[in-house]
Design a protein around this ligand. Structure first.
Ligand SMILES: [Cu+2]
Length: 458
């Protein structure tokens, strides 16, 4: 009996070692995407330098723009498949419409493919960064963590708010005047002075198709903006995202179309929430005081809120990595199969499980223009056999990345410490916000609900 036990033990130990050895190469090739607040100074510098290297490396396109800029063009091109109706008004003027089966719906947003499309897009960008520096991974912006904004919009990382412009938006119907402070980002790693020059044709205002110029433009909310109008986003709501009961709810909730209330009921987002809200908050986006048949319902001012070219702001990658992380967490909770995707046949072409997603569609669909700007010459050439469908994206592990939140369990002592520090920060934050909350309460009491301030983003 003892001998058998010994043999079994020996075999088990041997197998464990063999398995460990087998696992080493797999583990080594799986890189961990980290929370931006946990990056070391060196990791931040590596990320910034890899981005800037792509910005200075010629791409594979007819316009001769860089690898970074042709990546921006892919995002812009995806949005030309839909002229973006909002409240019955065209949001994205275009001289030339798109053609092919993908026409009629945004190829990357507003439908089931939102998460698969961006997972693929992010992974390709991350691999391009790794071709510069193999240690770089995409960090994520935990939008519910009050520490994130200070770390991300730091002069030594992605740079601060824009400056030099104060926009006052007055409403003839008596709604409170809105003030936005921002403008071009004039210092830091992503200022024009430091080499971050944006291609004007890939930097269009979604309402007018006029260019925002060659500088990154931000209109970040003040640090003491009231909840729903600034950062951080609500942690409890973020927790409810990953508890969404089905894919359609998860997608609509995280993208920012609906919200799940604390009592479990669903409703339209009062303000756009989550993904759409973050785009709108970084870029500056407000209700148009004078909307009419030819004018649009919202005004957008900065790079992130003018969404076709939003990847011109590198914070785009941190926002979307967080969205991909939350999707991976939702999937990791027993929802990994294709049965946990959009209901077959309910989505426009490009968004169903086995549809080809533009631009990885073998050339089936051709994007249109933004205003008079033809997107095609800015796009990288994509091999005809390079085809990606939503079903190909469902397992994030095959992309050889994972998230720190999926691999590490926080020791209890750390989490208690973390909770205490978060509590202290939260208290300080709430104290500073008090006056603003009061101000916005009175707005709501006067019957002007927060729906009056619309923020948009993709
Ligand atoms: Cu997008």
């Amino acid at each position: 009996m003892k001998l058998i036990q010994k043999i079994v033990t020996t075999i088990s130990v041997g197998m464990a070692i063999a398995m460990t050895m087998l696992e080493i190469p797999a583990m080594a090739s799986t890189l961990v995407r980290k929370n931006a607040i946990d990056l070391t100074p060196e990791e931040k510098a590596d990320f910034v330098n890899a981005i800037k290297t792509l910005k200075n490396t010629p791409g594979n396109n007819d316009k001769g723009v860089s690898l970074y800029d042709e990546t921006v063009a892919i995002h812009a091109g995806a949005m030309t498949f839909d002229p973006m109706q909002l409240g019955g008004q065209v949001m994205l003027p275009q001289d030339t419409p798109s053609t092919g089966p993908a026409s009629g719906a945004d190829a990357a947003h507003e439908h089931g493919g939102f998460l698969p499309w961006h997972r693929e897009y992010l992974s390709r960008f991350e691999k391009a960064l790794q071709s510069v520096n193999p240690n770089v991974t995409l960090p994520y912006w935990d939008w519910a963590d009050p520490r994130s904004v200070g770390v991300i919009f730091d002069p030594n990382f992605l740079g601060t708010n824009g400056s030099g412009s104060t926009l006052i938006i007055e409403y003839p119907d008596g709604r409170p005047t809105i003030r936005l402070d921002g403008g071009p980002v004039v210092s830091g790693n992503f200022s024009e002075a430091n080499g971050w020059t944006i291609i004007p044709g890939l930097h269009s205002n979604i309402g007018t198709a006029e260019t925002l110029g060659t500088s990154l433009v931000r209109y970040l909310p003040p640090p003491d903006a009231p909840p729903g109008f600034g950062f951080p986003l609500d942690q409890a709501q973020t927790n409810r995202i990953v508890q969404s009961p089905d894919y359609a709810t998860f997608r609509r909730f995280i993208e920012g179309e609906i919200t799940i209330n604390p009592d479990g009921t669903q409703s339209e987002c009062q303000n756009p929430c989550n993904h759409n809200l973050v785009h709108g908050l970084v870029g500056g986006s407000v209700a148009n005081p004078n909307p009419n048949e030819t004018d649009r319902r919202i005004l957008t001012f900065g790079t992130m809120s003018n969404t076709p070219g939003s990847p011109n702001d590198p914070v785009f990658w941190l926002l979307h990595t967080n969205i991909d992380r939350l999707w991976a967490e939702w999937q990791n909770n027993g929802r990994q199969g294709s049965e946990f995707y959009a209901v077959p046949g309910t989505e426009p072409y490009g968004h169903n499980l086995y549809d080809r997603m533009w631009p990885w569609d073998g050339g089936d669909s051709i994007p249109g223009s933004i205003g008079s700007i033809d997107i095609k010459p800015y796009l990288p050439s994509i091999a005809p056999g390079d085809i990606v469908r939503p079903v190909d994206t469902l397992d994030w592990r095959k992309y050889s990345y994972t998230y720190d939140t999926l691999v590490k369990k926080v020791p209890e002592s750390d989490s208690i410490f973390g909770l205490l520090s978060l509590g202290a920060l939260g208290a300080a934050f709430l104290w500073r916000r008090k006056s603003y909350i009061k101000a916005f309460d009175s707005i709501c009491e006067e019957g002007n609900s927060s729906t009056d301030i619309l923020l948009a983003g993709e």
